[in-house]
Design a protein around this ligand. Structure first.
Ligand code: HEM
Length: 422
């Protein structure tokens, strides 16, 4: 088992100029953001299933593009481990590196390994298993209704800011036991938004500090008055997590739930509103909403790339020599569209063998994908039921993907509909 408390000390390898990274592809830029599938195709052609890439600041890493290679990496968590302190590039990383919030080690479930990870992830899974999916669907429908009420009279809305993001965040906060609509919940929702997705002028560090304080108060409240919620179940779990561990893991759960679920809703709505296969029976078409949600997981998955895994020792992968401490980015979108698993260019499958929730020890923990589906399906169905003549407010080719290599979602999703008199 890996020594999780003292991962191998950093050695600067591969150095800039390493032959393996001579033709490295930059994981940024407009081509990446708008037409990533074309880029994956050319990367596969040029480099095979494991491509040398450079991250922001010319930092080398590997992008794992092949379905079987991503499956192998994620299934072998002792060889491809999760504790980022193993990275051999730390000597080259500046203090203000933009990816630090995702890669910098934190004592949360995300970066733990081996038995310690099973302990932490086990508590999360069991706490999530206690969520009543019918109650969650009812609550999401209410939350969705409130958000729709705020713009229904105007005949138009920008759904990313007015609907998908706030709904996913409120649903996650509700599961953790905070009352919807209270002033404290609203300020937490705003601080979480700033921490996870800061806009210009926001102070994410101060906001993250307030989130930590609020989580500590939540724990105190739930110790005094436990409820039927994720926080209370984590507190009373026999594994006996410390308050600090619970704060870290609650923030991880909310963060892990919010962005992917919001973008899943957004990408499914985009598909429903732009693809004529769904146009005929979009309103109330239960089957087609489910198909759109599944198709998005294959073709426009929210977590398109995930950073990452760090090699615990020298090894080989997809014909590449990987050195101990190298960083591997999981190319989940590339793996889902790998031609090796689409031999006859079939349409997006109805099965769920995609890697959108990853795989192996650190995959999105059961039953989080099911809960995410309850939230996403309720969000889409409630919107289409309330505003049945909803159409895009711009031409489909005017929609822009967010400038992110990691999350796939739109910068804005403007829509129009007949105003609802309330
Ligand atoms: C209710 C909603 C959700 C919750 C509570 C949730 C929770 C989590 C947690 C706690 C982790 C960390 C697992 C670990 O490191 O052991 C995780 C990882 C992950 N989740 Fe989710 N998640 C949700 C929705 C989603 C959605 C909608 C997607 C994408 C469609 C997604 C994709 C992932 C991926 C790709 C990982 C990384 C796994 C890895 O390291 O290999 N999650 N999730």
């Amino acid at each position: 088992m890996n020594d999780v408390t003292d991962p191998s000390p950093p050695q600067a390898a591969p150095p800039p100029g390493c032959p393996a990274h001579a033709n490295a592809v930059s994981l940024s830029g407009i081509e990446y953001q708008q037409t990533p599938l074309d880029l994956y195709r050319s990367m596969r052609f040029a480099h095979g299933p494991v491509a040398p890439v450079v991250l922001d600041g010319n930092i080398p890493a590997w992008l794992v593009l092949g379905y079987s290679e991503v499956s192998y990496v994620t299934a072998n968590d002792e060889l491809f481990a999760r504790d980022s302190r193993r990275w051999n590039q730390w000597p080259n990383i500046p203090d203000d590196w933009p990816l630090l919030p995702f890669v910098g080690y934190q004592p949360s479930v995300l970066f733990t390994e081996g038995a310690e990870h099973r302990r932490r992830a086990g508590v999360i899974s069991e706490a999530l298993e206690g969520v009543d999916q019918f109650e969650l669907a009812r609550e999401c429908a209410l939350l969705a209704g409130d958000l729709i009420d705020a713009f229904a009279g105007s005949g138009q809305a920008e759904l990313m800011s007015a609907y998908t993001h706030p709904l996913a965040m409120r649903a996650a906060v509700h599961m953790c036991g905070m009352p919807a609509g209270s002033a404290e919940t609203e300020s937490l929702v705003e601080d979480l938004r700033i921490s996870l997705d800061a806009a210009e002028g926001d102070d994410p560090v101060a906001a993250y500090g307030r989130v930590g304080e609020r989580m500590n108060r939540l724990i105190e409240e739930k110790r005094k008055r436990p409820g039927a919620d994720v926080t209370s179940r984590m507190l009373t779990h026999e594994a006996g997590l410390s308050d600090e561990e619970i704060v870290q893991d609650l923030i991880s759960v909310i963060a892990a739930a919010q962005q992917p679920t919001a973008n899943w809703i957004c990408n499914a709505l985009r598909l429903l509103l732009t693809d004529e296969r769904f146009a005929v029976n979009v309103s109330g078409g239960r089957l087609s909403v489910g198909q759109a949600l599944n198709e998005v997981l294959w073709m426009d998955t929210p977590t398109q790339n995930f950073i990452g895994r760090w090699a615990a020792r020298d090894t080989q992968l997809g014909g590449r020599r990987i050195q101990a401490g190298d960083c591997l980015v999981l190319g989940l979108a590339a793996a889902n569209t790998d031609p090796q698993i689409w031999p006859d260019s079939a349409a997006a499958s109805e099965n769920s063998a995609h890697l959108s929730f990853s795989n192996g020890e650190h995959r999105c923990p059961y039953p989080a994908p099911l809960l995410a589906e309850v939230i996403a399906r309720t969000a889409v169905e409630t919107l289409l039921e309330r505003l049945p003549d909803l159409v895009l407010g711009v031409e489909p080719d005017e929609l822009r993907w967010r400038p992110s290599v990691w999350m796939r979602g739109l910068t804005a999703l403007p829509v129009q509909f007949t105003p609802v008199v309330q």
